[in-house]
Design a protein around this ligand. Structure first.
Ligand SMILES: C[S@@+](CC[C@H](N)C(=O)[O-])C[C@H]1O[C@@H](n2cnc3c(N)ncnc32)[C@H](O)[C@@H]1O
Length: 333
C-alpha cells in the first residue's frame, strides 16, 4: 500500500506538532475513500500523539472525500475491521466530511495533523479536455500545458486551504502520485494500451468519435519541481514550511505476483480490474447523456475486456512503475 511509505513522516509530524493542551486534537484524512488504507496511518498518528497527550485525552479523526464517496463502507470499515483505530483506542472519535479538498472543509486553525495519500493527483472538476488521448501525461503538448496550468492552480489552492485549516505549528503529510523529471507517471504503457482499446472501439463503430473525445481521466502527476513551486511563492511560503520531500518508486504488486506465479489470465484480469476501479466513472460517465444505463454497462464490459486481452498479449504493458513523492510541511506560526 503506497500510503505506508508515508508512515514515518506521519510519526515525525505527530512528534513535531505543538503539544496539544486542553484543545481538541484533530487529524484530517483528505481523500479517504472507503477507509481501508487510512487505518494504518491513523493508528500511527494516534499512537505517536498519545505519547505526548495527557492520559485519556480525546483525539478526533475526520475522514474526508467527495460527497459521492461510499461513506457507508467507510464507517463499516471503521466499526468492524480488526485493524481499526476505534477498536484500539477508546478515546478516539471518528467523523466524516463529504466535501472536495479544493474547498475549505474545516474552520480556520483547527486541524492538528493533515494526511493525504494517493489523492492529490485528482484534479478539481472540469479540467481542460484531452482530445486525442484519455491520460494527461500522453496528451499533446498544448493540451498538456493547459492541464499543467490547471493542476498548478489546484495544488496552490489545496495548500492555501490546508494552511488556513491547520493550527499554528500543525503538520501536513502528503503521499502524492508523482512524475519523473520528464513528467512520466510510470503508468503510460497501460494507459496507452487502454487508449488503443477505446480507439479500436471507435473504429469498430461501438463508440462514437465525439464520445471518445469527451473521455478523460482527470488526473495530473506533478514533478518534484511542480510540487514544491508554490512554497517558493512569498505568500504561501510564508505560511507553510517544507520539512521533508522524498521521491520514491512503487513496486507494482500485480506484476510482482505474475512474475512469481506466471498466471497470465489472473494477472490480466487484475490489471484490467485495477484500471477499471479508478477510470470507469470518468471514462464512461460522460456517455450518460446519450445512452441508456444498459448500453453503458455493455460498453464498459467490452472496453475492460479488450484491456484484459491486450494485457494478455503484452503483459509488460500492464506493468505500472508508479512514482511517489512524500512531503511533510509545517504551518508556520
Ligand atoms: C486512490 S483513492 C486513495 C484512498 C486512500 N487515501 C489511499 O491511500 O489508498 C483517492 C481518493 O481521493 C478522492 N478524491 C479525489 N478527488 C478529491 C477531491 N477533490 N476531494 C476529496 N477527495 C477526492 C477519491 O474520491 C478517492 O476516494
Amino acid at each position: 500500500v503506497a500510503g505506508e511509505l508515508g508512515l514515518e513522516l506521519l510519526a515525525r509530524a505527530a512528534a513535531a506538532v505543538p503539544a496539544p493542551g486542553d484543545g481538541l486534537c484533530v487529524i484530517a484524512d483528505y481523500g479517504a475513500s472507503e477507509g481501508h488504507n487510512s487505518l494504518a496511518p491513523m493508528r500511527t498518528a494516534i499512537r505517536a500523539l498519545r505519547a505526548r497527550l495527557p492520559a485519556g485525552a480525546p483525539v478526533t479523526v475526520v475522514h474526508t472525500d467527495l460527497p459521492g464517496n461510499d461513506f457507508r463502507s467507510l464507517f463499516t470499515v471503521l466499526d468492524q475491521d480488526p485493524e481499526s483505530y476505534l477498536r484500539h483506542d477508546q478515546e478516539a472519535f471518528a467523523f466524516a466530511a463529504g466535501r472536495s479538498f479544493y474547498q475549505q472543509i474545516f474552520p480556520p486553525a483547527t486541524v492538528t495533523i493533515g494526511w493525504s495519500s494517493i489523492a492529490v493527483h485528482w484534479l478539481s472538476a472540469d479540467p481542460p479536455p484531452i482530445r486525442d488521448h484519455v491520460f494527461a501525461p500522453l496528451a499533446d503538448r498544448e493540451e498538456r500545458s493547459r492541464i499543467a496550468a490547471h493542476a498548478a492552480a489546484d495544488w496552490s489552492r489545496f495548500l492555501a486551504l490546508r494552511a488556513t485549516e491547520l493550527v499554528p505549528g500543525g503538520q501536513l503529510v502528503i503521499v502524492g502520485s508523482a512524475a519523473d523529471a520528464e513528467s512520466r507517471s510510470g503508468a503510460e504503457p497501460l494507459l496507452e494500451l487502454a487508449n488503443g482499446a477505446l480507439r479500436a472501439m471507435v473504429d469498430d463503430g461501438e463508440l462514437r468519435a465525439d464520445e471518445y473525445e469527451r473521455m478523460a481521466i482527470p488526473t495530473y502527476y506533478r514533478t518534484r519541481e511542480e510540487f514544491t513551486a508554490p512554497l517558493r511563492d512569498a505568500s504561501l511560503g510564508g505560511k507553510l514550511a517544507l520539512d521533508e520531500c522524498v521521491e520514491t518508486g512503487l513496486e507494482d504488486p500485480l506484476w510482482a505476483a505474475y512474475q512469481a506465479n506466471g498466471e497470465i489470465e489472473s494477472y490480466a484480469s487484475q490489471v484490467s480490474g485495477f484500471l477499471r476501479a479508478f477510470s470507469e466513472p470518468c471514462l464512461l460517465g460522460p456517455l450518460a447523456a446519450g445512452r441508456s444505463a444498459g448500453e453503458i454497462a455493455g460498453l464498459a464490459e467490452r472496453f475492460y475486456g479488450r484491456v484484459r486481452e491486450a494485457v494478455t498479449a503484452q503483459p509488460e504493458n500492464g506493468r505500472c512503475a508508479w512514482r511517489l513523492i512524500l512531503l511533510r510541511l509545517t504551518r508556520r506560526p
